[in-house]
Design a protein. Structure first.
Length: 257
């Protein structure tokens, strides 16, 4: 790698990660002023634990992320199976486009479209609409991950099970499902992360009693940044990083991709 390439890479990585590093460092600031270093302290993590609204928002985020990731994994896997094993069927291109659209669609458009859909059906905004919206967001990512694994499977294993008299459902449960299990876990974790980290779509489809952690943090930041927000953001960054690394490890295991 040339020196110019190294400099460009270093500047790019610094631009992305130095602000996050500063945020993490100042979450341990003893001073109440985020721009003045007052010494090392964990006091703001104690304040964070005692903050009831933030704890409730974190609980809502976890509940919505688990439910939406589960739904996205189920329906995304079914979509991947339809595309990989369904052969050519009427409307295949349209179906493929609809599945992958959330991957490239601006979140503002997705959030507004879902809001209009829920209003049209007369659904009150709340936990249900949040779960459905985040499941819609994660479904396409699940389909991509699981579909890549399905395309790499040795179909002869499934054909051998079918030749021995196994019903298609039995073939899927005993042969296909164990082989794609790491991809399912990685897809679930990715969908969970997307839901946990989402702000834009949640702002459109949430309602009373359904305030997520990113929404709570954003509302508090508008009133001013304090080290408690830095502490909450640090914990959120740490959780997302751990989940993404785990998903990457699962996806990169031999035979997964």
């Amino acid at each position: 790698m040339r020196a110019l390439d190294r400099i460009a890479l270093s500047l790019g990585l610094g631009f992305l990660y130095v602000p996050i590093l500063i945020l993490v460092i100042y979450s341990f600031n003893a001073s109440a002023l985020v721009t003045v270093w007052g010494g090392f302290s964990t006091r703001w993590y104690g304040v964070l634990v005692a903050d009831v609204p933030l704890r409730e928002a974190a609980g809502v985020s976890l509940m919505v992320a688990l439910a939406s990731a589960a739904l996205a994994t189920v329906f995304g896997t079914l979509a991947a199976l339809a595309l990989d094993r369904g052969g050519r069927f009427a409307g295949r291109r349209l179906f493929t486009g609809l599945i992958y659209a959330p991957l490239v669609m601006p979140e503002v458009i997705t959030g507004l479209s879902l809001l209009l859909l829920f209003v049209g059906f007369g659904l009150d905004r709340g936990l249900l609409t949040l779960v459905v919206a985040h499941a819609t967001l994660g479904l396409g990512f699940v389909a991509v991950i699981v579909g890549a694994r399905l395309r790499g499977l040795d179909r002869s294993l499934e054909e051998a099970a079918a030749d021995l008299g196994a019903h298609p459902a039995r073939v899927f449960s005993t042969v296909t499902l164990p082989l794609i299990a790491p991809s399912l876990a990685a897809a679930f974790l990715l969908a969970f992360t997307l839901s946990l980290d989402d702000l834009v779509i949640a702002s459109f489809v949430s309602g009373p009693g359904a305030t997520t952690l990113p929404m709570r943090l954003y509302s508090q930041v508008r009133l001013g940044v304090n080290p408690e927000i830095n502490a909450a953001s640090t914990l959120l960054v740490g959780a997302v990083t751990a989940i993404v690394l785990t998903a990457s490890w699962l996806t990169g295991r031999r035979g997964v991709a």
